[in-house]
Design a protein around this ligand. Structure first.
Ligand code: FES
Ligand code: FES
Length: 179
């Protein structure tokens, strides 16, 4: 397999690197760049734990060739809160029980962040539909929907909240929320 030089923006920083043609974005992030906030689950595009944003849209990084990131802006869970400031959505996940074991949480937060950026006042049904590509085996989804609802009602889904640090945590095309 040949290598390809890619240039992209990762969490606000310009990056330039050579990648194998068959390298997946998930592996590039976790193994080459040590951004382990993005979790590996099913690796076949079903569970949503590996969700990152590419140009603002949620993608399964386990199916996304790293070479396709050339010229894009990639946001991982590490790029959601910066400088010790949680977003209102991240805080709402904490306050409303949006996670338990936490393995799905990075993907949930990235997906919900993309939702609130595209649709600031979603209905509960719209939240559920958008998030259907992010599976959770712990919460029963109630806390996730409550947290997303609270962040939307507060008008601050992507807004950062000073003085808080996030949980240790942090989809091809998933613009509709479906994997
Ligand atoms: S690891 Fe499950 S969708 Fe990517
Ligand atoms: S919090 Fe455990 S799988 Fe979602």
């Amino acid at each position: 397999m040949g290598r390809q030089r890619i240039r992209f923006e990762l969490n606000g920083e310009r990056r330039e690197m050579d990648v194998e043609a068959d390298r997946l974005l998930l592996d590039l992030l976790r193994e080459d760049l040590q951004l382990t906030g993005t979790k590996e689950g099913c690796r076949v595009g079903i569970c949503g734990t590996c969700t990152v944003m590419v140009d603002g849209r949620p993608m399964s990084s386990c199916l996304y060739p790293a070479a396709y990131a050339d010229g894009t802006k990639v946001t991982t869970i590490e790029g959601i809160a910066r400088g010790g400031e949680l977003t209102a959505l991240q805080r709402a996940f904490i306050e409303h029980g949006g996670f338990q074991c936490g393995i799905c949480t990075p993907g949930q937060i990235v997906s919900a962040t993309a939702l609130l950026a595209e649709r600031p006042k979603p209905t509960d049904d719209e939240i559920r539909e958008w998030m259907m590509g992010n599976l959770c085996r712990c919460t029963g989804y109630f806390g996730i929907v409550r947290a997303s609802r609270a962040a939307a009602d507060g008008g601050g889904g992507g807004r950062r909240v000073r003085g808080l640090t996030g949980p240790a945590t942090s989809a091809p095309l998933r613009g509709t929320g479906a994997a």
